[in-house]
Design a protein around this ligand. Structure first.
Ligand SMILES: *Cc1c(COP(=O)(O)O)cnc(C)c1O
Length: 357
């Protein structure tokens, strides 16, 4: 029996989507490959509300995080962090010899527009990174308000990590003035892990032109130029299997309707939140709760590892807390193609196992 993964990625992939990974190969230098990419780009532009070009990378989302900060920082990057993935972006900058400062808030708290404004007003930075959805703490940062602050500074490239939210939460890339919005396949998009995608604005292109050492494989400008010159093809061989599955899954997503999809995620989130508040406590600042995963404080001091092994026997799995938050918190993801009934079934099972009834 396939296990239902209520962890924040990878999550379950629908059988019909999984089957698309088994589509026979085509050459990556032919017309069919160009047509496949063009089809994916058009659909992703709809999902992300953008007219900017879409770039795929045959790497997980971390690859594009590294590529973005390295390709587009000329002076110095301001990395905002409210958890593990923000910290990771800073680590990547340092390891690539990209100048960057880490601006952190406490775990469970959000990045505020006030903090962003204060930091960028120093004039030290020409690139900003922020997580839209921080998966270690269950925070959705106030991206609209942060975007308002960012719009005042035309010289700063605005990078947003939406790995655990794009496809589950509405993010209007062009309206928000986001230069690079990146995500990967295995979370709210509901695909197998192994590929990632981003939007790439003219500002980001112009900036990358000024950066001397952009690396090679993750050089976003190189990928962009190749795509433009060679009619939607890539400098190296992309995961064609993922591309077939992605193209198909985007049809499913658009067919469901974006607003319906976002609403379904909100409904699943509300269900988990009210359950959590009844038995435990929400770990995350309630003003900034994520619609794709919920982080719960273990106020009852239950043995989360034990609960999870019991759940696994019943064909389900949740996630323990991230890093230092292990056993102190646990995480339930509600993203991708899960329905309310799937979430209700999980919560009922936990109730039974913990004698909550
Ligand atoms: C999962 C995740 C990542 C890392 O993505 P990979 O595809 O695993 O490399 C980055 N940022 C956030 C917010 C995530 O949830």
């Amino acid at each position: 029996m396939a296990r239902k993964l209520f962890i924040p990625g990878p999550i379950d992939v629908r059988e019909d989507v999984l089957q698309k990974m088994a589509t026979p190969m085509i050459g990556h230098r032919g017309k069919e490959a160009s047509a496949l990419q063009e089809s994916i780009s058009k659909k992703l532009q709809k999902l992300l509300y953008t007219e900017n070009e879409i770039l795929l990378s045959t790497s997980s989302g971390s690859g594009l995080m590294e590529g973005a900060i390295r390709s587009c920082t000329s002076k110095k990057a301001a990395v905002f962090s409210c958890g593990a993935f923000g910290d990771r972006w800073h680590k990547m900058a340092v390891a690539n010899n990209v100048k960057a400062d880490l601006h952190k808030v406490d775990m469970g708290k959000a990045i505020t527009p006030e903090l962003v404004e204060e930091v960028i007003n120093t004039g030290e930075y020409d690139l900003v990174t922020v997580q839209h959805n921080e998966t270690s703490t269950g925070i959705t940062n106030p991206i609209e308000e942060i975007a308002e602050v960012m719009k005042k500074r035309k010289d700063i490239v605005f990078c947003v990590d939406a790995v655990s939210s794009a496809g589950g939460t509405k993010i209007e890339v062009d309206k928000l003035g986001i230069d690079i919005l990146l995500t990967s396949t295995q979370k709210a998009l509901g695909l197998p892990p192994g590929m990632s995608m981003c939007t790439f604005s003219q500002k980001a292109i112009d900036r990358a032109e000024t950066v001397e050492f952009r690396g090679t494989y993750l050089d976003l400008l190189d990928i962009y130029k190749y795509l433009k010159k060679k009619n939607y093809q890539y400098p190296s061989t992309p995961s064609i299997s993922h591309m077939y599955a992605l193209d198909y899954q985007l049809d499913n997503i658009l067919e469901e309707g974006l607003d319906n999809r976002f609403k379904r995620h909100e409904d699943m989130a509300n269900l988990v939140r009210s359950w959590a508040e009844k038995h435990f406590k929400l770990f995350t600042d309630i003003n900034y709760l994520s619609n794709t995963l919920t982080v719960i404080e273990n106020t009852q001091n239950i043995d989360i590892s034990k609960l999870n092994s019991q759940l696994i026997k019943k064909g389900m799995q949740i996630a323990n807390g991230y890093g230092d938050l292990k056993e102190k918190t646990f995480r339930i993801s509600h993203m991708g193609d899960y329905q309310i009934d799937d979430i209700q079934y999980l919560l009922n099972t936990i109730d039974e196992l913990l004698d909550f009834n």
